[in-house]
Design a binder for this molecule. Structure first.
Ligand code: SF4
Length: 362
């Protein structure tokens, strides 16, 4: 089964974003809690993990969370989505109390949670997590399978247990070109067990481009393979896109944007920093989003200020799917250019048809 993306005219898209951020007035936070990971995979980028436990005290995390919500509310947002990653977020010993603090906010209109995890804790830990997050409207997990440390069957069993409890689960697989077939086969096995799988192209070390070495078929598989579904088999459509004629399109997930090269938004108006922020360690930096070259909005230790309005993008490539799904729009002058181009093409098509007809008559 594959998703139909051929209809989307990416060159003519002028407005898009994650549907919940467009429709629910949701504020989005992506939070790298620390770099500590209990695994030590040989292929992990050195900047992405650390063997040293480097978490902050629970009170500092809680205070930062509360301050983000206060400033987001001042911008008019009272629905929240917090997404935790690392390192490995579940390796933080006080993670469950932190989630409990988030979940008990009664002032919020809507709250959801996401985690990117290696899924290493046992079923008992996950049962407690399920309980701690019960009051949230939506819970989702992106699980990464690491063959050097995890067991395929046990990993799948835990994900099915989470799915049965109503958690939306996706396995994220970075498709290293020389291992493509092996990884694809494992993903198919997980998918046959009823678990969603996302195939991601591997980025280069500076995360600005996808690496070379893919065949055309492999690129196609990453563009369209394993469409995300929910339990009743219905297609998930996380993104809404509008073209210059206001036609509307849907796409299941922002992870596919890089495979289409739809990641250059310099000059567009972007809600990152106004309707979203990221928090990352080391350093406790708070930024509008991971990919942005803007000055940070501040730090956990010294304080931060969210933007009070949407702002222009000044960055050449928006490479993280956590960033590209944040609502963006661009100005009409470019649309006029596209329309003009279409009119010119149409005129030249008509002229060449008339010319051919004339010659036939001669
Ligand atoms: S790089 Fe930053 S400002 Fe630019 S589109 Fe991506 S998230 Fe928005």
């Amino acid at each position: 089964m594959s998703v139909n993306t051929t209809k989307i005219p990416f060159d003519n898209i002028v407005r898009f974003g994650q549907s919940t951020m467009l429709e629910k007035n949701l504020f989005n936070v992506s939070w790298i809690l620390s770099r500590f990971c209990n695994y030590n995979c040989s292929y992990c980028w050195p900047y992405a993990h650390s063997k040293k436990v480097d978490h902050r005290p629970l009170e500092v995390y809680k205070k930062t969370m509360d301050e983000i919500k206060t400033q987001a509310r001042a911008n008019g947002f009272n629905s929240f989505h917090f997404s935790f990653s690392g390192g490995e977020p579940t390796a933080y010993k006080r993670f469950l109390p932190l989630i409990g603090h988030y979940a008990k906010d009664e002032k919020a209109r809507y709250q959801s949670i996401h985690m990117t995890t290696n899924c290493s804790p046992g079923k008992k830990w996950w049962a407690t997590w399920i309980q701690a997050t019960e009051t949230l409207k939506r819970r989702s997990i992106t699980a990464s399978f690491h063959h050097e440390f995890a067991d395929e069957d046990a990993f799948g069993d835990k994900l099915l247990m989470l799915q049965d409890a109503g958690v939306y689960v996706t396995i994220n697989q970075v498709m290293v070109p020389h291992l493509f077939e092996e990884l694809y086969e494992r993903c198919s096995r997980f998918n046959q067990r009823g678990i969603n799988v996302t195939l991601k192209p591997q980025s280069n070390e500076s995360a600005s481009e996808i690496v070379s070495g893919y065949t055309d078929d492999q690129i196609e598989m990453m563009k369209t393979g394993f469409p995300l579904t929910i339990e009743n088999g219905e297609l998930v459509q996380q993104l809404v896109l509008n073209d210059h004629k206001d036609n509307m399109y849907n796409l299941d997930q922002a992870e596919r944007f890089n495979a289409f090269g739809f990641n250059k938004f310099k000059g567009w108006t972007c809600n990152a920093g106004y309707q979203s922020c990221i928090v990352r360690e080391p350093g406790g930096e708070i930024k509008r989003a991971y990919s942005c070259h803007d000055e940070p909005l501040g730090t956990i230790d010294e304080g931060f200020k969210l933007f009070r309005t949407p702002n222009r993008c000044i960055t050449s490539t928006c490479v993280s799917s956590a960033d590209s799904k944040i609502p963006k729009s661009r100005e009409l002058d470019k649309l006029e250019a596209i329309e003009k181009e279409e009119i010119i093409m149409e005129i030249s098509r008509k002229q060449s048809k008339a010319f051919k007809k004339e010659r036939t008559n001669v």
